[in-house]
Design a protein around this ligand. Sequence first.
Ligand code: NAD
Length: 499
Amino acid sequence: MGTQYTRTYWEALLASLRLEGRHFIDGAHRPSRSGLTITRPRPMDGAAGPVLARGDAADVDAAVAAARAAFASGVWRHKEPGDKKKIMLEWAGLIRAHGEELAMLETIDVGKPVTASLNVDVRLCADGIQYYGEMVDKMYDEIAPTGPKARALVRKVPLGVVGAITPWNYPMIIDAWKLGPAIAAGNSVVLKPAEQSSLTAIRLAELAVEAGLPAGVFNVVTGYGEETGKPLALHMDVDMIAFTGSTEVGKLIMGYAAQSNVKRVALELGGKSPLVVFEDADLDAAASAAAWGCFYNSGETCHASTRLIVQRSVQEALVSKIEAVAKNDIVLAHPLDPSAQIGALIEETHMEKVLSMIAAGEQEGARRAFGAERVLAETGGCYISPGVFIDMTNDMSLARQEIFGPVLAAIPFDTEEEALTIVNDTVYGLAGAVFTKDMDRAHRFSEAIHAGTVWINTYDMATFATPFGGFKQSGFGRDRSVHAIDKYCDYKTIWQQFG
Ligand code: NAD
């Protein structure tokens, strides 16, 4: 019999945890050199959250120096591939073994339901480390075609020190998307998690060392973006920044790279993804996909299906089915309640921003079908109910801006041509979907949607085997899949002339 997860069980775990919020540098916890700390209220109930080290350039320097020393010594990159694989698999195993604790840390920081943290975030984090661990002893280099008088080796070599800067919406998963391939390729990493969500990053680093990863290979520096992320991205001894976050900050990261050492950057940025429904579609399937695609994680998902582009004749029927899914199937509740499927938003300022975007949208004429209101205010937490606005046009702010809340904009169309124009009329290109029973149209349309991932008659299906990332201002570079390794390597040619 597995554990019976009850609210009491999770509350007891919460009460028993000691929260570690210091940097993790060269295999040990360190306070900030300045002595400064950060605290913030917990999104689930407004109670005092963890105390974090407030890093600055001095802490970043220490972490980068540790990462560089580990890389230069070869203590990790020159280890036998089979031994590296064992360590990464052990690390994945420890993540699973500490799953409940990691899930609780994620929920304390982010306010998502602990059941989701355990069943989705912890699982996918461990799977990510395992996926890349399994690749370590299966990566070959090349020999280029030359004449018989020469041999040219094309070696795939690690870059050196990778800086990873990550957001707060899926901290553990996105950290694993960077850490897995970067470390499997032989690099050292300095991770700067979002200031809202650093607890799991620190715990992942502790578990990595426990699994046998040498000190200095994986370091964590916590703090604000301007004070910690910026010096990391400007650092002259960092070879690459792997960034996930907003398009606005992604543009700054490109600038920092240009102003410093022309380090390479990979950017996973924002989105405003379309889900297109034709009148011949299975409306129940489309409603379920649209609701879960937009409302899961309280809408705080980069590839959330936030634009519902729907044939006018079925808009009303589809929206009432979405309302039924939102109200009957998707349980919004306190994150420690095991039945909760969506929980709190990340913080009060973000909740206020979402509510003010909704109000501005209504001022412009957006018509609310249901929801999109503050709820559970008596808990002291930050909760907004899933909601839909209908009869929108694609020029309205709710249809254009990334809201990062549970708000769906329904935009009706009459012809396929019109639908396609609306779909691609966005600065983003992260994901999209088309629902139709006409397979010719499904293929035509999926080819024409300008986005990194397009689903047909489903939404948000993926495995580690499929790359993830965006076109246009949703960024470039891909997380997940074997291709992610390439971002963290460079090609080096060694030419040997005979005779
Ligand atoms: P954000 O851009 O505000 O912050 C992301 C990270 O950058 C944080 O660690 C932050 O501290 C840091 N940062 C902020 N300012 C910085 C600066 N000047 N220099 C260096 N670092 C800085 O994003 P967020 O609010 O944490 O996350 C939400 C955004 O992330 C949304 O736009 C969402 O679409 C995007 N996102 C994208 C993906 C993807 O894979 N494409 C995945 C998740 C989230």
